[in-house]
Design a protein around this ligand. Structure first.
Ligand code: HXC
Ligand code: NAP
Length: 298
């Protein structure tokens, strides 16, 4: 079990599942060459999985695959695949099956995003995000679902969404629409494909620093001015291993009865934004005596 985590200065958290928890499973991670996909994939390998990492940039994937293999001793197949193109997805799946014999898990992790007032977006900019996130996740789910159903394999889909998939968010409207669509797809397929033994779940992460997200969502000195950890009740951002632990559980057989669920891992961030009086944390402790007198005399 991992070490305990203190609020402001978390101890490095370790792996949660027992060794070999994913042994024999082949897992495809879209967008697996960078950021959170890379961190989750590295942990899956440590747990005995075979890994297929895909994205548009083959050079990045190859570099990541070789780092992952030397760190874990596992086997990684790096395949270029633009999730917006169904023929490339089908071809990627064929190559994965040719190398590993079968595929058990799809982790829809690839995404595109940037902040912008919506009225400044071109129609093409809006579509660019929808195409990667919603259409890309649909393309991969469709290809894998057809394969699993025809081969009678009890597959498993895990979708990475965000908390604004259910709250919505200003300034990232195409991403919010797309992630909301992926969440609807998660719940829909969980029911429709459940009878084939295929489980479909989602994770809604709060802020987990990555180069890809931070450069597009908090460029320049915005990272200082709009420090995500101030929005989180636990006063810190997430650690990649914390997300990897949750993802590994959801793609493992230990979560075999969880289907159609979205699990939030955000330190309480979205709820802090939602509660009407949550901002009262700004009130210093010594003011509460006076406030109590005032409310009692009302
Ligand atoms: C306004 C922009 C823009 C910007 C691009 N566009 N960037 N418009 N502001 N900052 C416009 C372009 O002008 C073009 O429209 C259209 O969008 C498509 O741009 P391309 O560069 O041709 O698209 P493409 O090569 O497909 O690149 C997609 C991308 C890029 C999303 C724009 O950033 C990318 O490849 N991202 C992948 C990685 C990523 O985004 N990671 C972050 C995920 S973080 P016109 O009309 O000119 O043709 C995340 C976190 C969520 O999802 C929650 C965090 C807490
Ligand atoms: P990231 O490193 O930028 O990851 C995004 C990946 O998607 C990249 O590897 C990119 O690779 C790939 N990708 C983009 N367009 C693609 C396409 N058309 N086809 C195939 N792959 C494509 O960012 P991240 O922070 O790790 O994000 C990973 C996931 O977590 C995303 O779903 C994101 O929305 C979600 N998320 C992140 C946070 C956070 O705080 N970081 C919070 C909530 C949710 P190429 O450029 O090589 O294609």
């Amino acid at each position: 079990m991992s070490e305990s985590i203190t609020t402001n200065n978390p101890a490095p958290v370790g792996g949660m599942l027992k060794e070999d928890a994913l042994k024999g499973k082949t897992i495809i991670i879209t967008g697996g060459g960078t950021g959170l996909g890379k961190s989750m994939g590295t942990y899956f390998l440590k747990l005995g999985a075979n890994l297929v990492i895909t994205s548009r940039k083959l050079d990045v994937l190859k570099q990541t695959a070789s780092e992952m293999e030397s760190e874990t001793g596992g086997k990684v197949l790096a395949l270029a695949c633009d999730v917006r193109k169904y023929d490339e997805v089908e071809n990627m799946l064929k190559q994965a099956i040719a190398v590993f014999g079968r595929v058990d898990v799809l982790l829809n992790n690839a995404a595109g995003n940037f902040i912008s007032p919506t009225e400044r977006l071109s129609a093409n900019a809006f579509s660019a995000i929808i195409d990667i996130v919603l259409k890309g996740s649909a393309n991969c789910s469709l290809a894998l679902g057809k394969y699993w159903i025809s081969e009678k394999i009890p597959g498993n889909i895990l979708n990475i969404v965000t908390t604004y998939a259910f709250t919505g968010s200003a300034y990232v409207v195409p991403s919010a629409c797309a992630k909301g669509g992926v969440l609807a797809m998660t719940r829909s397929l969980a029911v429709e494909w459940g009878r084939h033994g295929i489980r479909t779940n989602a994770i809604a992460p709060g802020p987990f620093p990555t180069k890809g997200a931070w450069e597009r969502l908090l460029p320049g000195d915005m990272a200082k001015k709009f420090d995500f950890k101030n929005r989180v009740p636990l006063k810190r951002v997430g650690e990649h291993q914390e997300l990897a632990n949750l993802a590994a559980f959801l793609v493992s057989d230990f979560s075999g009865y969880i289907n159609g669920e979205v699990i939030t891992i955000d330190g309480g961030e979205w709820l802090q934004g939602a509660g009407q009086f949550n901002g009262l944390e700004m009130i210093p402790a010594e003011m509460w005596d006076n406030i109590e007198k005032a409310t009692r005399s009302a």
